[in-house]
Design a protein around this ligand. Structure first.
Ligand code: DAH
Length: 345
């Protein structure tokens, strides 16, 4: 380099650029060395005063110096930007080893857990879900189920009356009559989960409102073996493969024969203990073969069609499943109770 002054500017410039600590420094240097008022810029006017042979070299040296400085500035700037980014990333790293804050999720009521599980089991066997009103007529709740006025079976199912013919249904069985009416003599395979009401005094085992799942199958050649197989499969799926069922003779006006269905006690496995009151069995539901009168009243020829029906108390199943000691716990919404049914994990 021939021009000492340009050389000095270049050397000093490169030194300063090297020392720049941040983007402000860089901008300041860019201004100082390459800006309109820079020393190099002001030297541009000298060119006119130089002899011709020096002009070319001087011009070249000026340009080279500007390019070198500009490149050095860009390079340093990029390095500083990268460093700044690196520092920012360091500063903002998320410590994934910190446990997250737990959100306080609620739990499903065991009633709903069990109701859904029961429904799933029957859906898996090909049942469809039917529905009916909770405010029911005397006709559907009693008459069409072979429980005429003054029938003693009505005593066990006292309920809340809206007027003489309108009441809160005492069981889900009226959905049997409603379904048969709709099916108009065609085969039926339904369950109906729903609320039911009785005029009972509330205590640990009674509630004026509870829920049942009704089941009804009507077709040609249906026999009590179908009922037993269906309920056995249900019991094993709900309570475990080891459970056995037992059908005990019973009475309901809408079935003939009628049965009460027991499962072997989970606590003693059938030997007899406190929980099953020494019998080895625990009652879980009622059922039977649909009474010919019921078939007839609801549009089926009992010579051609037969069917089975059953009614299961949902709370009762949940109580047995979870060892719950008071039916009222399902309805009180005490979070300490519900919390126990929170899904883990
Ligand atoms: N409805 C009866 C009750 O609430 C339960 C029941 C028994 C339903 C036998 C049925 C059945 O469908 O066949 O006590």
């Amino acid at each position: 380099m021939q021009n000492e002054k340009i050389k000095a500017i270049l050397e000093e410039g490169l030194k300063q650029i090297e020392k720049a600590e941040n983007l402000d420094d860089i901008n300041e240097l860019r201004n100082r060395y390459l800006g309109k008022k820079s020393e190099l810029a002001s030297m541009g006017s000298i060119i006119a005063t130089l002899p011709v042979e020096e002009k070319k070299t001087f011009g070249q040296e000026m340009n080279e110096t500007k390019t070198t400085l500009a490149n050095a500035i860009d390079e340093r700037m990029n390095a500083l930007k990268a460093k700044a980014l690196e520092e920012k990333l360091q500063r903002e790293t998320i410590d994934i080893s910190l446990p997250g804050r737990e959100s306080n999720l609620g739990a499903r009521n065991p009633f709903h857990i069990v109701k859904d599980e029961m429904t799933e089991i029957f859906l898996g066997m090909g049942f469809e879900v039917a529905d009916g009103p909770e405010i029911e007529t005397d006709n559907y709740n009693f008459e069409l189920l072979n429980i005429p006025k003054d029938h003693p079976a009505r005593d066990m199912q006292d309920t809340f009356y809206i007027d003489e013919n309108t009441l809160l249904r005492t069981h889900t069985s009226p959905v049997q009559a409603r379904t048969m009416e709709k099916a108009q003599g065609k085969p039926v395979r339904i369950i109906c989960p729903g609320k039911t009401y009785r005029r009972d005094d509330d205590d640990a085992t009674h509630s004026h409102q509870f829920a049942q799942i009704e089941g009804l199958v009507i077709d040609k050649n249906i026999n009590i073996g179908h009922l037993k197989a269906t309920l056995e499969l249900f019991a094993k799926k709900m309570f475990g493969e080891k459970r056995e069922i037992r059908l005990r003779s019973s009475y309901f006006p809408f079935t003939e024969p009628s049965v009460e269905v027991d499962i072997t006690c989970a606590n003693c496995g059938g030997k007899g203990c406190n929980m099953c009151k020494g019998t080895g069995y625990i009652e879980i539901l009622g059922g039977g073969m649909v009474h010919p009168n019921v078939l007839k009243m609801n549009g089926y020829d009992p010579e051609q069609y037969s069917g089975f029906a059953f009614g299961i108390g949902i709370e009762r199943v949940a109580i047995l499943r979870y060892g719950i000691d008071d039916i009222r716990k399902f309805y009180n919404n005490d979070v300490r109770f519900l919390h126990q049914f929170k899904k883990k994990g």
